[in-house]
Design a protein around this ligand. Sequence first.
Ligand code: PRP
Length: 231
Amino acid sequence: MAAQSAIATKNTGSANHDGIVGGVTHVKHPLTQYHVTQLRNHKTDSAEFRLSVRCLAALMAYEATKDLPTVATQVETPLETADGVALSGRVGLIPILRAGLSMVDPILDLMPTAEVWHLGLYRDEATAQPVRYYDKLPEQRPVDVALILDPMLATGGSVTAALTSLREWGVPHVKVLSLIASREGVDTVASQFREAQIYVCQIDPVLNDQKFIVPGLGDAGDRIFNTVGDD
Ligand code: PRP
């Protein structure tokens, strides 16, 4: 009998031209639930917060990379030749600055050959609209698979801006990894980018008047970089 994933998933989207099914996957596992609880707790300090983000990023990447293409290869063990696999194709990690930076290293540890292309976006506090301030995406040679990394998906404006950039770059297969999302935000992004695969560990019910996820976990960027209250 084939081994079963302990992570419950659900795809609800539609296939793109390569037959890839988009939609929302809720990555739910005792370890993801534990680390989300750590992130939610206002008593969790910055170092502990970063550690839980790293654990969640790795757990999500495990789930989100199940369909990465591989090619057969062979290696010499100390005893004899063994069959194995190598990853094929170019994978790009696209962290949305600042908070997305925290998810890069644990995923690069899993995929050391991945490329990292940075996008700088912050959310205007008055309008909640994303503001671009840095874009490292090249114009040519899109990667085969892109993973957008951002711990939070609130209104979905920042992820929408990132997905639009990747569409313009010509990336055929895009995945979004967000630790926590609002129901409204994830539904908005999923309906506008039906080919995108969206992975979240937690979907919260509402956004408050300031467009913060409730109950949420506060401002991930400030908690990761220990800048709470320094704006
Ligand atoms: C936060 C978060 C997302 C965005 C989510 O970033 O990390 O990028 O807001 O909100 P949205 O879905 O409504 O666009 P923030 O603007 O606080 O910047 P930071 O990462 O520099 O802290």
